[in-house]
Design a protein around this ligand. Structure first.
Ligand SMILES: Cc1cc2nc3c(=O)[nH]c(=O)nc-3n(C[C@H](O)[C@H](O)[C@H](O)COP(=O)(O)OP(=O)(O)OC[C@H]3O[C@@H](n4cnc5c(N)ncnc54)[C@H](O)[C@@H]3O)c2cc1C
Length: 349
C-alpha cells in the first residue's frame, strides 16, 4: 500500500478549501486499513478518516497526521427475512451509485436520499437524511474496525444510536470506528415515500402512484434547482451542503422565538416534518438575520439557490468560511436567541 506525502486535500472535498495532508493513504480492503493504522501508530500520527469529502471544512493548515481514505468497494445483494432485500455495500462506494442500483432493482427505502454526495461509509456518521427519509430507517448493520482493540465489529442499527444528524460515530464514539461496510434493508416493490412538501408539489395532479424511478428523478431535479446536487459548472455547489442543523427547541425557546417574530410582524414557517420534533428552519433564521440567498462577503457567501449553504466563490480560505459562519451564528443569536449548530465536520482546527 502506498503512503503518500503532502497531498492536497481541497480537491478531495466539495468545498474545495483546506491545506494538505502530511501523509495520505487509500485503503481498498480491511487489511489495508489495518496496515495504515499500524503506519500511523509507528509514527505517532493522528488519523483522519476521509470519505467523499462532502461534509468537511478542512483548515488552511491541513492535517498534520495521516488522512486515511476508505475506498472499500462492492455492492452485494441477498434476501433477508420478512421479504426484505439486503444490500451489503462497501464504505468507499459512492452513495448515489448505490441509490441508483437500489431503485433500478425496485427496492424502496433510500429513493428520497438520491443525489446526496459522498460515500456510503459517510451515511451512518451523521444519519444522512433528506426529503422525509433518513438512513437510520434502513440500516440493518454497520461493519467497522474498532480502533480501541483492532477488532472488526458488526454493529446493529440500535447500537449506532441514530438521531437527527447524529449517531455514536459523531458523538459518544467519535473517531473510534472506521466503517468498512454498511448493510441496508430495503423493501422490494415498496412504494416511494412522498411525504415532503416539495415532492408532494412535484407529483400533484399525477393520477398514478409515482414509481421509485420517477421519485428518484424528482428528488434529483429538486436538489439540482437548490444546488444540492453536485453539478459541474454550478459554483453554488462548492459547499458542504446545509451548513447549519435545524435547531430543535424546548417549548419555552419556541415560545420566545414566536414572540420575537410576532414583534417584527413575522411568522415562523411551519412544516409538518419540522413541527413534529419542535424543529425550526435554520434557513429561515439565517435569511431573517440579514443573510439572504446570494449574499457575498469577499470570496465566500450564501448560495444563490439555498439560504443554508455557505459557498466558496472561488479561491476562498477555510478561515474566511469560518468568519462567515461566526458572523451568521452571532447575528442569529442576537436577533432570535438561538445558537445555530454547524453540520459539517471541522478538520485540523
Ligand atoms: C451539495 C451537498 C448536498 C448535501 N445534502 C445533504 C443532505 O441532503 N442530507 C444530509 O444528511 N447530508 C447532506 N450533505 C452532507 C454530506 O453529503 C453527507 O453528510 C455525506 O454522508 C458525507 O459523506 P462523505 O463520504 O462525503 O463524508 P466526509 O465528508 O468525507 O466525512 C464526514 C465525516 O464522516 C467521517 N467518515 C467518512 N467516512 C467514514 C468511514 N468510512 N468510517 C468512519 N468515519 C467516516 C469523517 O471522518 C467525517 O467525520 C450534502 C453535502 C453537499 C456538498
Amino acid at each position: 500500500m502506498n503512503i503518500l506525502e503532502n497531498v492536497a486535500l481541497a480537491p478531495l472535498t466539495t468545498f474545495k478549501v483546506g491545506g494538505p495532508a502530511r501523509y495520505f493513504a487509500e485503503a481498498k480492503t480491511a487489511a489495508e486499513v489495518v496496515e495504515a493504522i499500524r503506519f500511523a501508530e509507528s509514527q505517532s500520527l493522528s488519523i483522519f478518516v476521509l470519505g467523499g469529502g462532502s461534509n468537511l471544512v478542512i483548515s488552511d493548515a491541513g492535517w498534520p497526521g495521516l488522512v486515511l481514505k476508505v475506498a472499500v468497494k462492492g455492492i452485494d445483494e441477498s434476501s433477508g427475512d420478512e421479504g426484505k432485500t439486503l444490500f451489503e455495500v462497501g464504505a468507499g462506494e459512492e452513495w448515489d451509485r448505490f441509490v441508483a442500483r437500489a431503485v433500478a432493482r425496485n427496492c424502496a427505502g433510500v429513493e428520497c436520499l438520491s443525489g446526496i454526495p459522498g460515500s456510503v461509509g459517510g451515511t451512518p456518521v451523521q444519519n444522512v437524511g433528506a426529503y422525509g427519509q433518513e438512513v437510520a430507517e434502513t440500516i440493518d448493520s454497520v461493519l467497522a474496525l474498532d480502533r480501541k482493540d483492532g477488532q472488526l465489529r458488526e454493529l446493529c442499527a440500535q447500537a449506532c444510536g441514530f438521531h437527527y444528524r447524529t449517531s455514536i460515530f459523531n458523538t459518544s464514539e467519535r473517531e473510534r470506528f472506521i466503517i468498512l461496510r454498511v448493510t441496508y434493508r430495503l423493501t422490494p416493490g415498496g412504494p416511494p415515500r412522498i411525504q415532503y412538501a416539495d415532492l408532494k408539489k412535484h407529483f400533484a395532479g399525477f393520477q398514478q402512484t409515482p414509481s421509485l424511478t420517477s421519485t428518484r428523478e424528482a428528488v434529483r431535479r429538486i436538489r439540482a434547482a437548490k444546488a444540492m446536487l453536485i453539478t459541474p459548472g454550478d459554483e453554488d455547489c462548492r459547499s458542504a451542503g446545509s451548513f447549519f442543523k435545524n435547531p430543535v427547541l424546548a417549548t419555552s425557546q419556541y415560545a420566545e422565538l414566536t414572540r420575537r417574530a410576532t414583534a417584527k410582524g413575522l411568522r415562523i414557517p411551519s412544516y409538518p416534518a419540522l413541527d413534529e420534533q419542535m424543529k425550526v428552519s435554520a434557513a429561515w433564521l439565517v435569511e431573517h438575520s440579514g443573510f439572504s440567498k446570494g449574499y457575498s462577503s469577499g470570496r465566500v457567501g450564501i448560495s444563490r439557490k439555498h439560504a443554508l449553504a455557505i459557498v466558496n466563490r472561488g479561491e476562498a480560505t477555510a478561515s474566511e468560511i469560518l468568519a462567515l459562519k461566526d458572523h451568521i451564528q452571532q447575528r442569529v443569536d442576537e436577533l432570535w436567541g438561538i445558537q445555530l449548530e454547524p453540520e459539517p465536520v471541522f478538520v485540523g482546527f
